[in-house]
Write a protein that binds this ligand. Sequence first.
Ligand SMILES: Nc1ncnc2c1ncn2[C@@H]1O[C@H](COP(=O)(O)OP(=O)(O)O)[C@@H](O)[C@H]1O
Ligand SMILES: [Mg+2]
Length: 244
Amino acid sequence: MSDIKYVGIFTTKGGVGKTTISVNVAEMVGWREKVLLLEMDTNHSITSLLKVRATKISEIKKGVSPRKVGNFYLVSMDGETQKVERTIPPEKIMNGIGKALADFDKVIVDFPSTISPLVLYLMDRMDFVAVPFVPSFLGLGAWYYTKNIFKILGYDSYGLFLNMCKFSLFRSKEERELMERLNREEKFMKGLAIPYDRRVLRAEKLHVPAVAEFPKSRFSKGIEKFVKRVFGGDMVANDRIKSR
Ligand SMILES: Nc1ncnc2c1ncn2[C@@H]1O[C@H](COP(=O)(O)OP(=O)(O)O)[C@@H](O)[C@H]1O
Ligand SMILES: [Mg+2]
């Protein structure tokens, strides 16, 4: 197995697949390793979409064990933690969570589209942050914005990948040209594209047993590729892992 343990999914744009990719990847990697999905998006998307009750960060601090959902364990940002997010130092908030995290082989973080001290603190602990990109002008704007945030932070353990979610199918000549230009200017994660694929877990329609029974073979090829690229040997070789 690779040295990569903490992987975040982040971009400043909403609706581009952060949650979908996080859930799919957690579910897939969960077949072979103990995976924690940390849901930092405060609109509780996984919790509400999967219609499950996640363990809250505040509960973990009180010693509650993370709850299993499908193939992975789900811990979620909660109101109580959110209330103190901007007044209490992040290390204090995360104090007591570290022990729970240590118990997992992989930790996947579904980041919110906004930045807070807690988000920055967590970002700094990621071995790698994957940035979903949608081929539209808004998508391009979000990428430049996100890239600048990384630059300001001096953060270089990230990779851009293309997610062709339903709002991002190529429609116009302009979008095609945009992609050609971007392909010349930016390094995508070795051509990693997740095609628009109905087989990605349709969170809207899922309930916990459905997630648990989701047959391996039905994972989209794109998700398989993502897992291999991010957690596989490739990533370890290109010295992008931050020393922790
Ligand atoms: N590769 C994909 N194939 C099919 N649908 C996708 C894909 N990626 C995202 N979607 C859909 O796009 C919508 C937004 O995705 P979501 O993960 O909620 O975005 P975010 O977390 O970035 O706000 C969801 O309805 C999701 O099912
Ligand atoms: Mg989301």
